[in-house]
Design a protein around this ligand. Structure first.
Ligand SMILES: [Zn+2]
Length: 229
C-alpha cells in the first residue's frame, strides 16, 4: 500500500485492533490489521498518523550506528561503554583475548579467516556478557524476590531484552556488551520486573521506579544509538 509516497506493508491477522509500527533500522512502516478490515479504513488510519510516522522515521534514521567490525588492527571496539583499540596478533596457534588499559589484544590462529576471527570474538563477548549478567542478576533476584530459571543471550534486531515469564527465562541482546554496565543492569531489572507485572502499565513503572530510580537515563543512552550488526 502506498500513501503519499510512503510504502506501507500491511499484514492481516486475527486481531481486533489495528497496530502500526515504524521499524528500525530503515524506518519501514508495518501495519497489522484485522482480517476483514477494509482498505479504506486502513488508509484513513495511516493518513491520520502520517506526521507521527515521519517524525519517528527521522528519529530512527538519525540514530548513530557502529560500523560492522572488520576484525583488523586499529579498529575501535566497545566493551562496557569504553573504547578499545583492537590489536590482532596472528602468529599464534590458538585464539586468546587479553584486555589491556585501552587495547584488546586478540591472538588468532595464523591464516584464520574473518569469519573465524569474528566467531571467536563473539563467543568471547557472549562469555563476558553472561558473566556480568549473572553477577548483576543474582543480587537483583534476592532484592526483588523473583526466581529466574535461565538468562540467555543472542543477537536481536529490535530489542535489548525479552522475558518469557511462563518459563522464567530472560533473553539479553548480545550487543549490550558494548554499552555501560548500568545499561545492562537496567535491562535486567526491567525484564525481572515483568515477572512481577507483565504489562507496561502504571504498576510496572511504579515498581521499576522503586528499584532503579534513574532507569530513564540508561534507557536514553540505549535509545540514542543503534549498534545492531
Ligand atoms: Zn518490557
Amino acid at each position: 500500500m502506498n500513501i503519499e509516497g510512503l510504502e506501507i506493508s500491511v499484514v492481516r491477522k486475527k486481531i481486533k485492533n489495528m497496530y502500526l509500527r515504524v521499524q528500525p533500522p530503515d524506518g519501514s512502516v508495518k501495519v497489522s490489521a484485522p482480517r476483514n478490515m477494509s482498505e479504506k479504513v486502513i488508509r484513513q488510519f495511516v493518513q491520520q498518523k502520517l506526521p507521527w510516522i515521519r517524525k519517528k522515521q527521522q528519529q530512527i534514521r538519525s540514530r548513530k550506528r557502529h560500523e560492522p567490525y572488520q576484525m583488523v588492527t586499529g579498529e575501535i571496539h566497545y566493551l562496557w561503554g569504553q573504547a578499545y583499540r583492537l590489536v590482532i596478533v596472528d602468529k599464534g596457534s590458538r585464539y586468546q583475548i587479553d584486555l589491556r588499559a585501552d587495547e584488546i589484544i586478540y591472538q588468532v590462529r595464523e591464516g584464520s579467516t574473518f569469519e573465524q576471527r569474528k566467531a571467536h570474538y563473539l563467543a568471547w563477548c557472549r562469555e563476558q556478557l553472561e558473566l556480568k549478567a549473572s553477577e548483576i542478576a543474582s543480587g537483583w533476584m534476592q532484592r526483588m524476590q523473583v526466581e529466574v530459571r535461565e538468562i540467555r543471550t543472542r543477537n536481536m534486531k529490535t530489542k535489548w531484552g525479552t522475558c518469557n515469564c511462563r518459563e522464567r527465562r530472560i533473553w539479553l541482546n548480545l550487543q549490550l556488551v558494548k554499552w555501560p554496565l548500568s545499561c545492562l543492569e537496567y535491562i535486567i531489572v526491567h525484564e525481572f520486573t515483568h515477572l512481577l507485572e507483565r504489562g507496561h502499565n502504571k504498576r510496572f513503572y511504579a515498581l521499576l521506579d522503586g528499584y532503579l530510580p534513574d532507569w530513564r537515563k540508561q534507557r536514553k543512552i540505549l535509545k540514542s544509538a543503534v549498534c545492531f550488526e
